[in-house]
Design a protein around this ligand. Structure first.
Ligand SMILES: *[C@@H]1O[C@H](CO)[C@@H](O)[C@H](O)[C@H]1NC(C)=O
Ligand SMILES: *[C@@H]1O[C@H](CO)[C@@H](O)[C@H](O)[C@H]1NC(C)=O
Ligand SMILES: *[C@@H]1O[C@H](CO)[C@@H](O)[C@H](O)[C@H]1NC(C)=O
Ligand SMILES: *[C@@H]1O[C@H](CO)[C@@H](O)[C@H](O)[C@H]1NC(C)=O
Ligand SMILES: CC(=O)N[C@H]1CO[C@H](CO)[C@@H](O)[C@@H]1O
Length: 470
Protein backbone atom coordinates (compact mmCIF):
# COMPACT_ATOMS: atom_id res chain seq x y z
CA UNK A 1 0.00 0.00 0.00
CA UNK A 2 2.44 2.42 0.12
CA UNK A 3 1.49 2.87 -1.88
CA UNK A 4 3.60 0.33 -1.23
CA UNK A 5 0.31 -0.57 -0.92
CA UNK A 6 0.19 -1.53 -3.93
CA UNK A 7 1.73 -4.49 -3.33
CA UNK A 8 -1.29 -5.94 -4.50
CA UNK A 9 -2.54 -7.95 -7.25
CA UNK A 10 -5.95 -9.04 -7.86
CA UNK A 11 -7.95 -10.81 -10.40
CA UNK A 12 -7.82 -8.61 -13.42
CA UNK A 13 -4.11 -8.40 -13.31
CA UNK A 14 -3.95 -12.07 -13.91
CA UNK A 15 -5.09 -11.43 -17.42
CA UNK A 16 -1.79 -9.75 -18.02
CA UNK A 17 0.44 -12.10 -16.17
CA UNK A 18 1.44 -15.63 -16.80
CA UNK A 19 0.35 -18.22 -14.33
CA UNK A 20 3.56 -18.43 -12.35
CA UNK A 21 3.21 -14.85 -11.28
CA UNK A 22 0.12 -15.51 -9.34
CA UNK A 23 1.72 -14.88 -6.10
CA UNK A 24 1.03 -13.69 -2.68
CA UNK A 25 3.79 -12.89 -0.39
CA UNK A 26 4.33 -9.29 0.20
CA UNK A 27 2.64 -8.17 -2.91
CA UNK A 28 -0.84 -8.44 -1.52
CA UNK A 29 -2.36 -10.56 -4.18
CA UNK A 30 -5.42 -11.97 -2.69
CA UNK A 31 -7.28 -13.78 -5.35
CA UNK A 32 -5.41 -16.83 -6.44
CA UNK A 33 -6.40 -19.60 -8.72
CA UNK A 34 -6.97 -22.70 -6.65
CA UNK A 35 -4.90 -24.81 -9.00
CA UNK A 36 -1.93 -22.68 -8.10
CA UNK A 37 -2.23 -23.28 -4.41
CA UNK A 38 0.13 -25.75 -2.83
CA UNK A 39 -1.76 -25.63 0.43
CA UNK A 40 -4.59 -23.77 2.08
CA UNK A 41 -4.56 -25.76 5.28
CA UNK A 42 -4.33 -23.43 8.27
CA UNK A 43 -2.14 -24.02 11.29
CA UNK A 44 -2.06 -21.96 14.46
CA UNK A 45 0.28 -21.24 17.27
CA UNK A 46 0.33 -19.05 20.35
CA UNK A 47 2.29 -15.87 19.79
CA UNK A 48 3.27 -13.33 22.42
CA UNK A 49 1.16 -10.24 22.14
CA UNK A 50 3.88 -7.92 23.42
CA UNK A 51 7.47 -9.03 23.01
CA UNK A 52 8.76 -6.14 25.05
CA UNK A 53 6.72 -6.22 28.24
CA UNK A 54 8.36 -7.82 31.27
CA UNK A 55 5.01 -8.39 32.94
CA UNK A 56 2.37 -8.97 30.28
CA UNK A 57 2.52 -12.54 28.98
CA UNK A 58 -0.71 -12.53 26.96
CA UNK A 59 -0.77 -14.37 23.69
CA UNK A 60 -2.86 -14.44 20.53
CA UNK A 61 -3.35 -17.03 17.81
CA UNK A 62 -1.13 -16.50 14.81
CA UNK A 63 -1.84 -18.36 11.59
CA UNK A 64 0.67 -20.09 9.38
CA UNK A 65 0.83 -22.49 6.47
CA UNK A 66 3.35 -25.20 5.71
CA UNK A 67 4.21 -27.16 2.60
CA UNK A 68 6.56 -30.11 2.84
CA UNK A 69 6.12 -31.44 -0.70
CA UNK A 70 9.60 -30.31 -1.77
CA UNK A 71 11.32 -30.90 1.53
CA UNK A 72 14.27 -33.29 1.64
CA UNK A 73 14.36 -34.35 5.29
CA UNK A 74 16.03 -34.09 7.61
CA UNK A 75 18.66 -31.68 6.31
CA UNK A 76 16.80 -29.66 3.70
CA UNK A 77 16.57 -25.93 4.41
CA UNK A 78 13.46 -24.15 5.61
CA UNK A 79 12.20 -21.17 3.64
CA UNK A 80 10.22 -18.76 5.75
CA UNK A 81 7.87 -16.64 3.64
CA UNK A 82 7.14 -13.50 5.59
CA UNK A 83 3.56 -12.27 5.55
CA UNK A 84 2.98 -8.63 4.72
CA UNK A 85 0.13 -6.17 4.76
CA UNK A 86 -2.64 -8.52 3.76
CA UNK A 87 -4.31 -11.67 4.86
CA UNK A 88 -2.60 -14.91 3.86
CA UNK A 89 -4.78 -17.61 2.46
CA UNK A 90 -2.23 -20.31 1.82
CA UNK A 91 0.94 -21.00 -0.09
CA UNK A 92 0.62 -20.41 -3.81
CA UNK A 93 3.05 -21.41 -6.53
CA UNK A 94 5.51 -18.64 -7.27
CA UNK A 95 9.16 -17.94 -7.88
CA UNK A 96 9.62 -18.41 -4.13
CA UNK A 97 8.26 -21.93 -4.25
CA UNK A 98 10.32 -22.69 -7.37
CA UNK A 99 13.36 -21.83 -5.31
CA UNK A 100 12.14 -24.07 -2.50
CA UNK A 101 11.75 -26.94 -4.93
CA UNK A 102 15.24 -26.39 -6.28
CA UNK A 103 16.78 -26.48 -2.81
CA UNK A 104 14.59 -29.23 -1.34
CA UNK A 105 13.24 -26.78 1.20
CA UNK A 106 10.31 -26.93 3.57
CA UNK A 107 8.12 -23.87 3.11
CA UNK A 108 6.42 -22.08 5.96
CA UNK A 109 4.41 -18.94 5.51
CA UNK A 110 3.27 -16.84 8.42
CA UNK A 111 0.49 -14.30 8.48
CA UNK A 112 1.45 -10.86 9.76
CA UNK A 113 0.03 -9.97 13.17
CA UNK A 114 -3.34 -8.16 13.05
CA UNK A 115 -3.94 -9.02 9.38
CA UNK A 116 -6.42 -11.64 8.23
CA UNK A 117 -7.18 -14.08 11.01
CA UNK A 118 -4.08 -13.33 13.05
CA UNK A 119 -5.65 -10.49 14.88
CA UNK A 120 -5.49 -10.12 18.64
CA UNK A 121 -8.51 -7.80 18.71
CA UNK A 122 -11.84 -7.63 16.96
CA UNK A 123 -12.03 -3.88 17.27
CA UNK A 124 -9.07 -2.09 15.79
CA UNK A 125 -9.24 1.03 17.92
CA UNK A 126 -6.07 3.07 18.06
CA UNK A 127 -5.50 1.81 21.58
CA UNK A 128 -5.76 -1.78 20.38
CA UNK A 129 -3.28 -1.15 17.58
CA UNK A 130 -0.44 -0.45 19.96
CA UNK A 131 1.14 -3.85 19.36
CA UNK A 132 1.20 -3.39 15.61
CA UNK A 133 4.73 -2.50 14.56
CA UNK A 134 7.57 -3.84 12.48
CA UNK A 135 9.53 -4.48 15.68
CA UNK A 136 6.85 -6.74 17.08
CA UNK A 137 6.53 -8.39 13.66
CA UNK A 138 10.17 -9.42 13.42
CA UNK A 139 10.10 -10.78 16.97
CA UNK A 140 7.06 -12.80 15.89
CA UNK A 141 9.26 -14.36 13.23
CA UNK A 142 11.96 -15.19 15.78
CA UNK A 143 9.50 -16.88 18.14
CA UNK A 144 7.85 -18.73 15.29
CA UNK A 145 11.19 -19.90 13.94
CA UNK A 146 12.05 -21.58 17.24
CA UNK A 147 8.58 -23.05 17.60
CA UNK A 148 8.49 -24.51 14.12
CA UNK A 149 12.01 -25.94 14.30
CA UNK A 150 10.96 -28.03 17.29
CA UNK A 151 7.74 -29.05 15.62
CA UNK A 152 9.59 -30.25 12.54
CA UNK A 153 12.15 -32.09 14.64
CA UNK A 154 9.36 -33.92 16.42
CA UNK A 155 7.70 -34.77 13.14
CA UNK A 156 10.87 -36.38 11.77
CA UNK A 157 11.94 -37.94 15.05
CA UNK A 158 15.13 -35.98 15.30
CA UNK A 159 16.33 -33.90 18.17
CA UNK A 160 18.83 -31.12 18.50
CA UNK A 161 18.71 -30.58 14.76
CA UNK A 162 18.87 -27.09 13.36
CA UNK A 163 17.82 -26.74 9.77
CA UNK A 164 19.20 -23.93 7.67
CA UNK A 165 16.60 -21.16 7.56
CA UNK A 166 16.21 -18.58 4.83
CA UNK A 167 13.74 -15.68 5.07
CA UNK A 168 11.96 -14.29 2.05
CA UNK A 169 9.64 -11.38 1.41
CA UNK A 170 8.70 -8.62 -1.00
CA UNK A 171 7.90 -4.97 -0.60
CA UNK A 172 6.95 -4.34 3.05
CA UNK A 173 7.60 -7.97 3.94
CA UNK A 174 10.88 -7.76 2.01
CA UNK A 175 11.88 -5.05 4.45
CA UNK A 176 10.84 -7.32 7.33
CA UNK A 177 12.93 -10.18 5.91
CA UNK A 178 15.97 -7.90 5.78
CA UNK A 179 15.29 -6.52 9.27
CA UNK A 180 14.95 -10.04 10.62
CA UNK A 181 18.30 -11.09 9.20
CA UNK A 182 19.81 -7.89 10.63
CA UNK A 183 18.50 -8.38 14.15
CA UNK A 184 18.67 -12.21 14.33
CA UNK A 185 21.63 -13.24 12.16
CA UNK A 186 22.07 -16.46 14.17
CA UNK A 187 18.56 -17.61 13.24
CA UNK A 188 18.96 -17.54 9.44
CA UNK A 189 21.47 -18.19 6.70
CA UNK A 190 20.30 -15.17 4.80
CA UNK A 191 17.36 -13.29 3.36
CA UNK A 192 15.90 -12.43 -0.02
CA UNK A 193 14.20 -9.03 -0.01
CA UNK A 194 12.45 -8.21 -3.27
CA UNK A 195 11.65 -4.52 -3.89
CA UNK A 196 12.02 -4.09 -0.17
CA UNK A 197 10.73 -1.15 1.79
CA UNK A 198 13.94 -0.84 3.74
CA UNK A 199 14.62 2.82 4.34
CA UNK A 200 12.10 5.05 6.09
CA UNK A 201 11.51 8.35 4.31
CA UNK A 202 9.27 11.00 5.77
CA UNK A 203 8.55 13.13 2.68
CA UNK A 204 8.73 10.51 -0.02
CA UNK A 205 8.90 12.90 -2.99
CA UNK A 206 10.98 10.51 -5.08
CA UNK A 207 7.85 8.45 -5.52
CA UNK A 208 6.08 11.10 -7.59
CA UNK A 209 9.28 11.91 -9.45
CA UNK A 210 9.85 8.29 -10.42
CA UNK A 211 6.24 8.01 -11.57
CA UNK A 212 6.97 10.95 -13.88
CA UNK A 213 10.11 9.32 -15.26
CA UNK A 214 8.37 6.00 -15.71
CA UNK A 215 5.39 7.62 -17.43
CA UNK A 216 7.61 9.54 -19.84
CA UNK A 217 7.22 13.21 -20.81
CA UNK A 218 4.11 12.87 -22.98
CA UNK A 219 2.04 10.91 -20.52
CA UNK A 220 3.34 12.93 -17.58
CA UNK A 221 2.11 16.14 -19.20
CA UNK A 222 -1.39 14.73 -19.63
CA UNK A 223 -1.40 13.54 -16.02
CA UNK A 224 -0.39 17.00 -14.87
CA UNK A 225 -3.12 18.52 -16.97
CA UNK A 226 -5.65 16.19 -15.35
CA UNK A 227 -4.44 17.19 -11.89
CA UNK A 228 -4.94 20.80 -12.84
CA UNK A 229 -8.44 20.23 -14.25
CA UNK A 230 -9.46 18.30 -11.15
CA UNK A 231 -8.19 21.07 -8.88
CA UNK A 232 -10.17 23.63 -10.88
CA UNK A 233 -13.37 21.65 -10.84
CA UNK A 234 -13.09 20.93 -7.15
CA UNK A 235 -13.23 24.69 -6.69
CA UNK A 236 -16.25 25.15 -8.92
CA UNK A 237 -18.34 22.02 -8.57
CA UNK A 238 -16.86 19.51 -6.19
CA UNK A 239 -19.77 17.08 -6.31
CA UNK A 240 -19.97 16.64 -10.06
CA UNK A 241 -16.26 15.99 -10.51
CA UNK A 242 -16.39 13.34 -7.80
CA UNK A 243 -19.42 11.82 -9.45
CA UNK A 244 -17.58 11.67 -12.75
CA UNK A 245 -14.92 9.56 -11.02
CA UNK A 246 -17.51 7.40 -9.26
CA UNK A 247 -16.16 8.69 -5.97
CA UNK A 248 -19.00 10.74 -4.50
CA UNK A 249 -18.64 9.02 -1.18
CA UNK A 250 -15.17 10.46 -0.62
CA UNK A 251 -16.09 13.59 1.26
CA UNK A 252 -12.66 15.08 1.85
CA UNK A 253 -11.44 16.86 -1.30
CA UNK A 254 -7.79 16.10 -0.64
CA UNK A 255 -8.53 12.41 -0.16
CA UNK A 256 -10.16 12.58 -3.57
CA UNK A 257 -7.06 14.30 -4.98
CA UNK A 258 -4.99 11.47 -3.55
CA UNK A 259 -7.19 8.89 -5.28
CA UNK A 260 -6.85 10.76 -8.57
CA UNK A 261 -3.06 10.76 -8.30
CA UNK A 262 -2.67 7.28 -6.97
CA UNK A 263 -4.80 5.46 -9.54
CA UNK A 264 -2.32 6.30 -12.30
CA UNK A 265 0.69 5.74 -10.05
CA UNK A 266 -0.45 2.21 -9.28
CA UNK A 267 -0.38 1.10 -12.90
CA UNK A 268 3.05 2.57 -13.32
CA UNK A 269 4.38 1.10 -10.08
CA UNK A 270 3.43 -2.33 -11.36
CA UNK A 271 4.80 -1.99 -14.86
CA UNK A 272 1.47 -1.43 -16.64
CA UNK A 273 2.59 1.68 -18.41
CA UNK A 274 0.43 1.03 -21.47
CA UNK A 275 -2.66 0.43 -19.40
CA UNK A 276 -2.88 4.07 -18.36
CA UNK A 277 -0.55 6.02 -20.65
CA UNK A 278 -1.66 4.72 -24.05
CA UNK A 279 -5.19 5.57 -23.12
CA UNK A 280 -4.42 9.11 -22.05
CA UNK A 281 -1.98 9.98 -24.79
CA UNK A 282 -4.42 8.67 -27.41
CA UNK A 283 -7.30 10.58 -25.91
CA UNK A 284 -5.20 13.72 -25.95
CA UNK A 285 -4.10 13.18 -29.56
CA UNK A 286 -7.54 12.48 -30.93
CA UNK A 287 -9.05 15.40 -29.10
CA UNK A 288 -11.37 13.50 -26.79
CA UNK A 289 -12.00 14.57 -23.23
CA UNK A 290 -9.02 13.45 -21.18
CA UNK A 291 -10.81 13.96 -17.89
CA UNK A 292 -13.58 11.61 -18.92
CA UNK A 293 -11.14 9.07 -20.29
CA UNK A 294 -9.18 9.15 -17.07
CA UNK A 295 -12.30 9.03 -14.91
CA UNK A 296 -13.35 5.82 -16.64
CA UNK A 297 -9.92 4.38 -15.98
CA UNK A 298 -10.05 5.35 -12.30
CA UNK A 299 -13.50 3.86 -11.88
CA UNK A 300 -12.24 0.66 -13.38
CA UNK A 301 -9.16 0.55 -11.16
CA UNK A 302 -10.79 1.61 -7.90
CA UNK A 303 -14.17 -0.09 -8.16
CA UNK A 304 -12.67 -3.40 -9.04
CA UNK A 305 -9.65 -3.02 -6.82
CA UNK A 306 -7.42 -3.98 -9.73
CA UNK A 307 -4.30 -3.12 -7.80
CA UNK A 308 -5.66 -4.42 -4.54
CA UNK A 309 -7.08 -1.15 -3.32
CA UNK A 310 -10.58 0.22 -3.62
CA UNK A 311 -12.03 3.69 -2.97
CA UNK A 312 -12.16 3.06 0.77
CA UNK A 313 -8.38 3.01 0.88
CA UNK A 314 -8.40 6.78 0.34
CA UNK A 315 -11.43 7.68 2.42
CA UNK A 316 -10.60 8.87 5.90
CA UNK A 317 -14.20 8.56 7.04
CA UNK A 318 -14.10 4.87 6.24
CA UNK A 319 -10.61 4.39 7.61
CA UNK A 320 -11.52 6.04 10.89
CA UNK A 321 -13.98 3.29 11.74
CA UNK A 322 -12.26 0.63 13.86
CA UNK A 323 -14.82 -1.96 12.78
CA UNK A 324 -14.79 -1.21 9.05
CA UNK A 325 -14.94 -4.17 6.72
CA UNK A 326 -11.52 -4.06 5.13
CA UNK A 327 -9.24 -3.82 8.12
CA UNK A 328 -6.06 -4.21 6.04
CA UNK A 329 -6.31 -0.60 4.87
CA UNK A 330 -6.56 0.77 8.37
CA UNK A 331 -3.74 -1.46 9.53
CA UNK A 332 -1.47 -0.41 6.72
CA UNK A 333 -2.13 3.28 7.34
CA UNK A 334 -1.35 2.78 10.99
CA UNK A 335 2.07 1.52 10.05
CA UNK A 336 2.61 4.49 7.73
CA UNK A 337 1.25 6.96 10.26
CA UNK A 338 2.93 5.63 13.38
CA UNK A 339 6.24 4.34 12.14
CA UNK A 340 7.68 4.86 8.69
CA UNK A 341 6.16 7.90 7.03
CA UNK A 342 6.46 7.30 3.31
CA UNK A 343 4.23 10.32 2.89
CA UNK A 344 3.55 10.55 -0.82
CA UNK A 345 3.92 14.30 -0.92
CA UNK A 346 4.15 16.36 -4.08
CA UNK A 347 7.71 17.39 -4.92
CA UNK A 348 8.40 21.13 -4.91
CA UNK A 349 8.90 21.25 -8.63
CA UNK A 350 7.09 19.67 -11.55
CA UNK A 351 4.90 17.31 -9.54
CA UNK A 352 2.24 15.12 -11.07
CA UNK A 353 0.05 15.00 -7.99
CA UNK A 354 -1.69 18.07 -6.64
CA UNK A 355 0.55 20.30 -4.55
CA UNK A 356 -2.19 20.19 -1.94
CA UNK A 357 -0.93 16.70 -1.14
CA UNK A 358 1.80 17.91 1.13
CA UNK A 359 3.15 17.08 4.57
CA UNK A 360 0.23 18.83 6.28
CA UNK A 361 -2.29 16.76 4.32
CA UNK A 362 -0.63 13.56 5.42
CA UNK A 363 -0.37 14.58 9.06
CA UNK A 364 -4.03 15.59 9.13
CA UNK A 365 -5.00 12.33 7.47
CA UNK A 366 -3.20 10.38 10.19
CA UNK A 367 -4.66 12.51 12.95
CA UNK A 368 -8.21 12.26 11.63
CA UNK A 369 -8.00 8.50 11.37
CA UNK A 370 -6.08 7.57 14.51
CA UNK A 371 -6.30 10.63 16.74
CA UNK A 372 -3.91 13.13 18.20
CA UNK A 373 -0.34 12.04 18.67
CA UNK A 374 -0.15 9.48 15.88
CA UNK A 375 2.59 10.55 13.47
CA UNK A 376 5.62 8.75 12.08
CA UNK A 377 9.18 8.98 13.28
CA UNK A 378 11.16 8.01 10.21
CA UNK A 379 14.46 9.07 11.76
CA UNK A 380 13.90 6.71 14.65
CA UNK A 381 13.05 3.85 12.28
CA UNK A 382 16.29 4.48 10.42
CA UNK A 383 18.21 4.64 13.66
CA UNK A 384 16.79 1.26 14.62
CA UNK A 385 17.25 -0.51 11.25
CA UNK A 386 20.09 1.45 9.71
CA UNK A 387 18.36 3.24 6.85
CA UNK A 388 20.90 3.91 4.13
CA UNK A 389 23.57 2.49 6.40
CA UNK A 390 21.81 -0.85 6.78
CA UNK A 391 24.49 -3.05 8.33
CA UNK A 392 23.06 -6.51 7.79
CA UNK A 393 24.76 -9.28 5.87
CA UNK A 394 23.71 -11.92 3.38
CA UNK A 395 20.59 -10.19 2.18
CA UNK A 396 19.73 -10.18 -1.51
CA UNK A 397 18.01 -6.99 -2.62
CA UNK A 398 16.35 -6.47 -5.97
CA UNK A 399 14.71 -3.49 -7.51
CA UNK A 400 12.83 -2.86 -10.73
CA UNK A 401 14.19 0.04 -12.77
CA UNK A 402 10.72 1.61 -13.11
CA UNK A 403 9.55 0.99 -9.57
CA UNK A 404 9.07 4.16 -7.51
CA UNK A 405 9.72 2.10 -4.40
CA UNK A 406 13.28 1.35 -5.50
CA UNK A 407 14.18 4.60 -3.77
CA UNK A 408 13.43 3.15 -0.37
CA UNK A 409 15.36 -0.03 -1.07
CA UNK A 410 19.07 -0.73 -0.93
CA UNK A 411 20.95 1.92 -2.83
CA UNK A 412 24.25 0.18 -3.39
CA UNK A 413 25.42 -3.34 -4.01
CA UNK A 414 28.20 -5.23 -2.25
CA UNK A 415 29.33 -8.82 -2.04
CA UNK A 416 27.52 -9.50 1.23
CA UNK A 417 24.50 -7.38 0.35
CA UNK A 418 24.01 -7.82 -3.38
CA UNK A 419 21.47 -5.50 -4.95
CA UNK A 420 20.22 -6.39 -8.41
CA UNK A 421 18.45 -4.02 -10.72
CA UNK A 422 16.00 -5.60 -13.14
CA UNK A 423 16.04 -3.19 -16.01
CA UNK A 424 13.49 -2.94 -18.80
CA UNK A 425 10.28 -1.29 -19.88
CA UNK A 426 7.75 -2.85 -17.49
CA UNK A 427 10.33 -3.83 -14.87
CA UNK A 428 8.63 -2.42 -11.82
CA UNK A 429 7.59 -3.36 -8.32
CA UNK A 430 8.32 -6.98 -7.43
CA UNK A 431 9.32 -7.79 -11.00
CA UNK A 432 11.78 -10.55 -10.05
CA UNK A 433 9.09 -12.38 -8.09
CA UNK A 434 5.97 -11.53 -10.03
CA UNK A 435 7.39 -11.91 -13.52
CA UNK A 436 6.82 -9.68 -16.53
CA UNK A 437 3.59 -7.78 -17.13
CA UNK A 438 3.29 -9.15 -20.65
CA UNK A 439 1.45 -12.14 -22.02
CA UNK A 440 3.87 -15.02 -22.67
CA UNK A 441 3.49 -14.74 -26.46
CA UNK A 442 3.96 -10.95 -26.54
CA UNK A 443 7.38 -10.32 -28.10
CA UNK A 444 7.47 -6.89 -26.48
CA UNK A 445 8.07 -8.82 -23.28
CA UNK A 446 11.23 -10.57 -24.50
CA UNK A 447 13.62 -8.02 -23.03
CA UNK A 448 11.76 -8.16 -19.74
CA UNK A 449 11.74 -11.94 -19.57
CA UNK A 450 15.45 -12.04 -20.32
CA UNK A 451 16.18 -9.48 -17.58
CA UNK A 452 14.06 -11.36 -15.06
CA UNK A 453 15.60 -14.68 -15.88
CA UNK A 454 19.15 -13.34 -15.48
CA UNK A 455 18.42 -11.84 -12.09
CA UNK A 456 16.63 -14.99 -10.93
CA UNK A 457 19.72 -17.01 -11.73
CA UNK A 458 21.87 -14.69 -9.64
CA UNK A 459 19.42 -14.95 -6.76
CA UNK A 460 19.53 -18.74 -6.86
CA UNK A 461 23.34 -18.67 -6.96
CA UNK A 462 23.53 -16.43 -3.89
CA UNK A 463 21.11 -18.61 -1.96
CA UNK A 464 23.07 -21.70 -2.96
CA UNK A 465 26.33 -20.13 -1.84
CA UNK A 466 25.00 -18.98 1.53
CA UNK A 467 23.18 -22.22 2.26
CA UNK A 468 26.27 -24.27 1.56
CA UNK A 469 28.27 -22.07 3.91
CA UNK A 470 25.93 -21.95 6.87
C1 LIG B 1 8.61 -41.20 14.27
O1 LIG B 1 8.41 -42.08 15.33
C2 LIG B 1 7.06 -42.50 15.49
C3 LIG B 1 6.97 -43.33 16.76
O2 LIG B 1 8.14 -44.10 16.95
C4 LIG B 1 6.63 -43.27 14.25
O3 LIG B 1 5.28 -43.65 14.37
C5 LIG B 1 6.79 -42.38 13.03
O4 LIG B 1 6.49 -43.07 11.84
C6 LIG B 1 8.20 -41.82 12.93
N1 LIG B 1 8.23 -40.82 11.88
C7 LIG B 1 9.20 -40.74 10.98
C8 LIG B 1 9.06 -39.64 9.96
O5 LIG B 1 10.14 -41.47 10.97
C1 LIG C 1 8.80 17.67 4.70
O1 LIG C 1 8.42 18.67 3.78
C2 LIG C 1 7.95 19.86 4.36
C3 LIG C 1 7.54 20.80 3.27
O2 LIG C 1 6.53 20.19 2.51
C4 LIG C 1 9.03 20.49 5.21
O3 LIG C 1 8.52 21.64 5.86
C5 LIG C 1 9.50 19.49 6.24
O4 LIG C 1 10.59 20.02 6.95
C6 LIG C 1 9.91 18.20 5.59
N1 LIG C 1 10.22 17.25 6.64
C7 LIG C 1 11.28 16.45 6.62
C8 LIG C 1 11.49 15.58 7.79
O5 LIG C 1 12.04 16.42 5.67
C1 LIG D 1 -9.65 8.49 -28.71
O1 LIG D 1 -8.85 7.71 -27.84
C2 LIG D 1 -9.54 7.09 -26.78
C3 LIG D 1 -8.50 6.42 -25.88
O2 LIG D 1 -7.72 5.52 -26.59
C4 LIG D 1 -10.56 6.12 -27.35
O3 LIG D 1 -11.25 5.51 -26.28
C5 LIG D 1 -11.53 6.87 -28.23
O4 LIG D 1 -12.42 5.97 -28.82
C6 LIG D 1 -10.78 7.65 -29.32
N1 LIG D 1 -11.72 8.50 -30.00
C7 LIG D 1 -11.68 8.68 -31.30
C8 LIG D 1 -12.69 9.64 -31.85
O5 LIG D 1 -10.88 8.13 -32.02
C1 LIG E 1 11.88 21.91 -12.44
O1 LIG E 1 11.51 20.89 -13.35
C2 LIG E 1 11.80 21.17 -14.69
C3 LIG E 1 11.22 20.03 -15.54
O2 LIG E 1 11.60 18.78 -15.03
C4 LIG E 1 13.30 21.36 -14.87
O3 LIG E 1 13.59 21.67 -16.21
C5 LIG E 1 13.78 22.47 -13.95
O4 LIG E 1 15.18 22.57 -14.02
C6 LIG E 1 13.36 22.21 -12.51
N1 LIG E 1 13.69 23.33 -11.68
C7 LIG E 1 14.25 23.22 -10.49
C8 LIG E 1 14.46 24.49 -9.74
O5 LIG E 1 14.60 22.14 -10.02
C1 LIG F 1 17.38 3.29 -5.95
C2 LIG F 1 18.05 2.20 -6.71
O1 LIG F 1 17.90 2.12 -7.89
N1 LIG F 1 18.75 1.33 -6.00
C3 LIG F 1 19.61 0.31 -6.55
C4 LIG F 1 18.91 -0.77 -7.36
O2 LIG F 1 19.86 -1.74 -7.79
C5 LIG F 1 20.97 -1.23 -8.51
C6 LIG F 1 21.84 -2.40 -8.93
O3 LIG F 1 22.55 -2.91 -7.88
C7 LIG F 1 21.71 -0.18 -7.74
O4 LIG F 1 22.75 0.36 -8.49
C8 LIG F 1 20.73 0.91 -7.36
O5 LIG F 1 21.40 1.89 -6.62
Amino acid sequence: MMNLKAFSFSFLLLLFFNASMVETHGFRSRKLYDSNMLTEKENWFDQNLDHFSPTDHSTFKQRYFEYLGYYKPPEGPIFLLVGGESEQIGIGKSFYTELAEKFGAAIVSIEHRYYGKSTPYKELTTENLKYLSSKQAIFDLAVFRQYYQELLNAKYNVSETENRWFVIGGSYSGGLAAYFRLKFPHLTCGAYASSAALIAIYNFTEYDQQIGTTAGPECKTVLQEITHLVDEQLNSDRQSIKELFGASKIDNDDDFRFLVADAAALSLQYGFHDFVCDLLVNAKKNGSNILEAYADYVKNVANQGIFGVTLEYYDRLYLKDPTSGNSAYRLWWFYICSEMGYFLVAPQNDSIRSTKLDERYNLDFCKDIFGEGVYPDSDMANTYYGGRKFAGSRVIFTNGSQDPCRHISKQTSSKDLPSYMVECNGCAHGIDVLGCPYAPEDTKGDVCRQAVSEVRQKIAQDIDMWLSDC
